[in-house]
Design a binder for this molecule. Structure first.
Ligand SMILES: NC(=O)C1=CN([C@@H]2O[C@H](COP(=O)(O)OP(=O)(O)OC[C@H]3O[C@@H](n4cnc5c(N)ncnc54)[C@H](OP(=O)(O)O)[C@@H]3O)[C@@H](O)[C@H]2O)C=CC1
Ligand SMILES: N[C@@H](CC(=O)OP(=O)(O)O)C(=O)O
Length: 700
């Protein structure tokens, strides 16, 4: 349960779930404490809860206790009393964990099946059962496999409903060839199918054959529905397809009883916040696809991510520090804030510098614009990724001289003024509010031997300045030494080329039409304040004049980012066109409409792409899933896609809603979302710096 608690903590911090958790004893530990594997009190708590998280029961030390007191009886009673008749046991193989299976890669890669096991009937509960002595003195033991029509119908409905949300196929598994109850099961499932589910493909299979097929060709299955006993055996078999029982969680959705009283006042064992509706039995759990994708994301990241310095993130968005900032304020402020606020932590002022006389192998990194949106993220990302810096020098405007900024969780740095402090730096990560400052200071720093990674648009189209997204055109970093300057692209460009590069390599892009939904953080910290102030003003019936935007941003969308050009396009649109062509291919036609929307962090883009060569959505999904820095979250269910709020504090570029564009011969539609302050700016800059030190620079 310790690991489960960690997952719950993560969900609380990053996915806006909140839990009210209470623990109780079941199984062997309950037997030791109370002489029974499940007390009435614990059962009552479980019944009152919205969800019960169950670890494991049993152990050899209880092998000899009476059958009614055995640990397993605790869970059987729990299931029966809570009427948990359908047990959902998915077997999913995440690509990075394919090797965990004992079966061949091609047999299990991409496996995604669901076993629906009947859980409250059959031979585990059937009567008569026992051990008896026959008149001739022979002893015998017996159990009864028994199923009523309603028991079969309700669990089969769960399977059919689930199949409709998946690949629409059900295998019903029994032993109709040798068991009366098996024949009855088959007839009942067939009748239900004919009455209500003819749109779902149904096949019947004998349980012994199913066991064989599970190891022979498991991907033939979508949903398997079967009895308690066969489900027990077959789901353990399926577990080994994924590599281990530990990778095969299961859930038993609670039947919804109309008119059941709200349980808020009762003691609960584990309660999911009321913001999340209770799933109907057999229904796709709200957010389940998201959680699945979160899990996939974690698995992939586990392989890819560098270890972090302290294990805790200093991100400004949805991170734990941020969650802690709102702790104790049960006023929904976390959900409203979306990372807008800046959590303050109690911290020691500590200077990150090298004591005199100590030889170092690190770098001095100046962060210009350190008090701004991008600058703060730069400091956070440098700390998280354990960048080998002997000294970090935060720079800001004169007004911020002496101001404190955080570097990681427990280091505070004081800002100095830009022009005075550039000389000692070997890397200058530059994020002042606009090109004008970079135009003056970046060449100065470069002339003093720094390599400048510039976040503004000042140098992006200069041929002798590489314009770099490391995953896309990292090789161009090598050209940095022409001017000692590297340009970081526009945030909207970065996330779009991240998603389009793998597709372009495969089918050559001919034309892109993109509409953006850009958050206010893209326009700087004052723009975020403007969204907040204008929103509040509307609630207070007051009036605020727009400052950062041409029209009010509260409850509005503004189709203007940057100044208008003579052709009617805006600066942001022109940047997306030019930068995309420079990074991907000058031949690509790009049409962009850039729109500011009332969100705080995270840009979204709806993109239509036309290709020279054929490509379908499945190929696109595969290519994108394999692309570094890209995560596919694409399930055609409610919420099966990424939104800006989901991506706050994340490194990846998320791609969702991948589908064919039927208006052209080879076309796809995509929805691309990313944290504009991280991959759109700070993370991309730090990745460039990492490449520089790995391949080009010599430490000071
Ligand atoms: N936000 C985004 O999504 C992206 C932004 N960029 C670019 O990064 C740059 C910074 O953006 P952002 O952080 O959002 O902007 P902010 O407005 O949030 O921050 C601006 C920073 O620049 C400092 N500054 C202001 N004037 C000067 C000056 N004369 N000399 C030195 N520093 C100065 C500010 O210091 P002080 O606090 O003292 O005023 C502050 O630290 C912009 O050019 C932006 O276009 C690039 C990619 C993405
Ligand atoms: N223009 C982006 C932020 C950015 O990248 O700007 P620039 O291209 O000036 O660096 C936005 O407003 O969302």
């Amino acid at each position: 349960m310790g690991q489960v608690e960690r997952v719950m903590e993560w969900l609380s911090a990053r996915r806006s779930f909140s839990f009210d958790v209470q623990s109780g004893l079941v199984g062997g530990v309950s037997y030791e404490a109370h002489g029974t594997p499940l007390t009435d009190e614990t059962l009552a708590d479980a019944v009152a809860a919205d969800a019960v998280l169950f670890g494991a029961v049993g152990g050899p030390q209880w092998d000899s206790v009476a059958r009614e007191a055995r640990p397993e009886m605790g869970i059987l009673r729990l299931r029966k009393e809570m009427d948990l008749y359908a047990n959902l046991r998915p077997a999913l193989v995440f690509d990075p964990l394919v090797e965990a299976s004992t079966l061949k890669d091609e047999v299990v890669r991409g496996l995604d099946l669901m076993i629906v096991r009947e859980l409250t009937g059959g031979i585990y509960f059937g009567e008569p059962r026992g051990v008896e002595t026959l008149p001739d003195g022979t002893r015998r033991g017996f159990d009864t496999e028994v199923y009523s029509a309603p028991e079969i119908e309700r669990v089969s409905r769960v399977a059919f409903e689930l199949a409709r949300r998946r690949d629409n196929r059900v295998h019903s598994v029994e032993k109709a060839n040798v068991m009366e109850s098996g024949k009855f099961w088959r007839d009942e499932v067939t009748a239900l199918h004919a009455a209500d589910y003819t749109d779902v493909a149904l096949e019947h299979m004998y349980a012994d054959n199913c066991a064989m097929q599970l190891v022979r060709r498991p991907k033939q299955f979508d949903v398997i529905v079967t009895s308690n006993l066969f489900g027990d055996l077959l789901s353990d078999c399926a577990a080994m397809l994924t590599g281990s029982l530990g990778m095969l969680p299961s859930a038993s959705p609670r039947p919804v009883r109309r008119g059941r009283k709200p349980q808020g006042a009762l003691r609960t064992r584990a309660r999911v916040s009321a913001r999340h509706r209770r799933p109907e039995s057999g229904q796709s759990v709200g957010g389940a696809s998201q959680l699945h994708d979160d899990a996939a994301l974690f698995v992939r990241r586990g392989r890819r991510r560098r270890p972090h310095r302290g294990g805790r993130s200093g991100r400004a968005g949805g991170g734990l520090a941020h969650r802690r900032h709102h702790a104790g304020r049960d006023d929904g402020s976390f959900d409203r804030c979306h990372g807008r606020c800046r959590p303050r932590r109690a911290r020691r002022a500590r200077r990150l510098s090298t004591p005199k006389g100590v030889r170092t192998m690190g770098y001095r990194v100046a962060v210009a614009g350190a008090t701004g949106n991008v600058g703060r993220q730069l400091l956070a990302v440098l700390a998280e990724r354990n960048f080998p810096a002997d000294e970090i020098i935060p720079l800001a405007s004169r007004a911020s001289a002496g101001k404190e900024v955080s570097f990681g969780d427990d280091i505070t740095l004081r800002c100095t003024i830009s022009p005075n402090s550039t000389s000692p730096a070997s890397i200058w990560a530059c994020s002042p509010p606009g090109s004008a400052v970079s135009k003056v200071h970046a060449p100065r720093a470069a002339a003093q031997g720094c390599v400048v990674i510039d976040n503004t648009s000042q140098f992006r189209m200069d041929e002798d300045v590489p314009l770099v997204v490391p995953e896309v055109n990292g090789e161009t970093i090598a050209g940095y030494d022409a001017r000692n300057i590297i340009a970081n692209p526009n945030c909207s460009t970065i996330q779009m080329v991240m998603a389009l590069k793998p597709l372009h390599d495969h089918a050559r892009i001919k034309r892109i039409v993109v509409s953006t939904y850009q958050s206010t953080s893209g326009a700087g910290k004052q723009a975020m304040d403007e969204l907040f102030d204008h929103t509040r003003a509307i609630y207070m019936n007051a009036r605020e004049e727009p400052r950062a935007f041409a029209k009010t941003i509260a409850f509005n969308v503004v189709p203007q980012i940057g100044a208008f050009d003579t052709d009617g396009s805006t600066g942001e649109e022109a940047k997306m066109v030019r930068e995309t062509q420079r990074i991907l291919d000058p031949e690509i036609l790009v049409s962009a409409t850039c729109v500011r929307v009332p969100t705080f962090i995270g840009h979204a883009e709806a993109v239509n792409v036309e290709f020279h060569d054929p490509i379908d959505e499945e190929e696109a999904r595969e290519l994108l899933s394999a692309a570094p820095g890209v995560e596919v979250i694409d399930r055609p269910f409610d919420g099966g896609y990424a939104t800006p709020v989901d991506c706050v504090g994340e490194d990846a570029t998320f791609v969702s809603r991948i589908r064919r564009d039927p208006t052209v011969a080879n076309g796809l539609c995509l929805w691309i979302v990313s944290d504009n302050l991280r991959k759109g700016a700070a993370l991309n800059a730090v990745q460039i710096a990492e490449d520089l030190i790995a391949n080009h620079l010599v430490p000071a």
